[in-house]
Design a protein around this ligand. Sequence first.
Ligand code: NDP
Length: 253
Amino acid sequence: MSLQVFSLEGQRAIVTGGGAGIGLGISKALIEAGAKVVITGRREGVLQEAVTELGENASYRVNDITDRASIPVLVEAIETEEGPIDILVNNAGIHHKAWAQDTTDDDFERIIQTNLISVFALTRECAKYMLKRKKGSVIMIGSMAGLFGIDRVIAYSASKTALTGLVNSLTTEYAKDNVRVNAIAPGWITSNMFLNAVNKDQERKLQITNRIAMDHFGTTEDIGNAAVFLSSEGAKYITGVILPVDGGATVNF
Ligand code: NDP
């Protein structure tokens, strides 16, 4: 087997929320594998800085994925001004930490809007082009909070569990047109989202570490490497999969 099957030379990807954290790690890995990457997010300064770091194969578009009207405009602009989109990584997401009894309907709606409805809207729009070309790879960034019970993440967990439904259903609809749909379920990864949460609570940090079979947190690079694999020809027969990248946390009861 040649390692060439993992090359993304000639491919173009969108990574939502690609300016920071896991999204930036994924963008770096895709570019290192040969892809051109368009990153999106709401903060232009963050995106500009990330593109400077990522180099000439990166570009950015300022976009709030919860702004539904903007999604067809975004995808059409990339398709016509930059070229065909081969890979979509639905990475942008928000977290909400609260006990179920303290979670309001508004909190719940905000999380579902960003982590689920927007993901579907962007996927449907990109798939319009991918299905016609009979070529595409869609990757959802889920969470192990979508795979087993964790307290104080009720809305977040519901949004991430629902991504499994998207993966399952879209796989059955898109597979015959060679558009693959998979998800990565990251474990505890040292992004700002995670560090902001655990650095305030050392006891929780220790509890979490004990939960991880490999005994340490993951890096954004670990998630990027999985995204490269799932996007590549090396994974051409893999669709409908939820891939935990979590150092064994999911199975370590
Ligand atoms: P960060 O908070 O570091 O990054 C989140 C990214 O999403 C930012 O780039 C942000 O950009 C973008 N974003 C948020 N809301 C929107 C929006 N409405 N429109 C466009 N972009 C948006 O989080 P992580 O890197 O940790 O998380 C990335 C993904 O990984 C999320 O889906 C998260 O649920 C998942 N995950 C993370 C884990 C971890 O341990 N870190 C564990 C499991 C899953 P901006 O604010 O500029 O819009």
